[in-house]
Design a protein around this ligand. Sequence first.
Ligand code: FNR
Length: 379
Amino acid sequence: NEIYLNGLADVRPDLPTDLTKLEGLAASKLSATSFGYVAGSAGSEGTARANRDAFDRWRIVPRMLRDVAERDLSVTVLGTPMPAPVLLAPIGVQSILHPDGELATARAAAATGLTTVLSTAASHTMEEVAEANGPGSRWYQLYWPKDRDLAASFLDRAKAAGYTALVVTLDTFTLAWRPRDLDQAYLPFIRGIGVANYFSDPVFQKSVGGPVTDANRQTALLHWIGQFGNPSLTWDDLAFLREHWDGPIALKGIQHPDDARRAVDAGMDGVIVSNHGGRQVDGALASLDALPLVVDAVGGRTTILFDSGVRTGADVAKALALGAQAVLVARPYAYGLALGGEAGVRHVLRCLQAELELTMALSGHRTVSELTLDSLVRV
Ligand code: FNR
């Protein structure tokens, strides 16, 4: 409606409403290094392509005459009410894309009512982001560091700053073989702009002999790199999370049905079927192909979220019909951020919500729960 009304005054949207066009625009605006960081994936980028191709193999079967006058896209996921089943996936080091970074993202999320998931590797501290998000809703994504005290400190801070659910990313204890980043010598990372949560942390500061200043910055950066992830974690370690986090916990990066079962057995509250947007294991299956396997294994016993490759409202509808309770999107809003800061992120979120609502209504669905396998055919 807003777009029609603006049209009467000859005003067009600032950014394209086809969100797949944002990548090309961002490519011309950002430096090669920054663009490569967002757009790049692991290895030949075959899994990133597979993520997209998998959506084409499922097609929506529109139904008619089902009274879709009143539509309601709202859901409650891990205790968080949401106006639509879409979350902002954690994206680290967002100041590579825009100086306001995660602050802009958190403001845009609050303006739309959607939930933002803040990365441990954010370029602003979780307290600053919480303030920008205000009365909005926010979850915290943990990159589980080697030092247990540091992990516990992150969780305490997140809780105190109003992050209500914990997302633990399991697929990235180290960055994968990502040629675009490797060829650019990891410049954004080396500049150290993803370390705000670490450098501001009392436990981290203790390990580097006090607050981080120009004098110990190099030591602090090296300590951060050494701490970032822990490849020796096993399922038994999840007990630690339960001890230190009393809210809901979802494991991100689940692709195998047995891992989903183990997550449920370990008392986790949800899984996020994700292959990190194809950024970790090149040659891995498309995340959308993993979704039905996980739904078969644990559907009805836990919360199942999905990401990797969502670009349109139809994509969201397909993932929901396949059994996800909500989806996370990453690159589309990253490009929105790069192109227009907070307003750019808001544009992306509102387009996605509006396209989802139209797709659902025009295919005969009033609510998210009406999207089922019966809404799709595999071609
Ligand atoms: C990510 N992702 C990510 N995930 C995470 O748990 N913590 C993080 O800090 C990041 N950082 C990050 C940076 C960038 C630039 C991208 C593109 C992605 C992964 C992200 O949360 C999500 O799983 C996938 O990106 C989803 O796929 P799409 O929507 O990008 O196709």
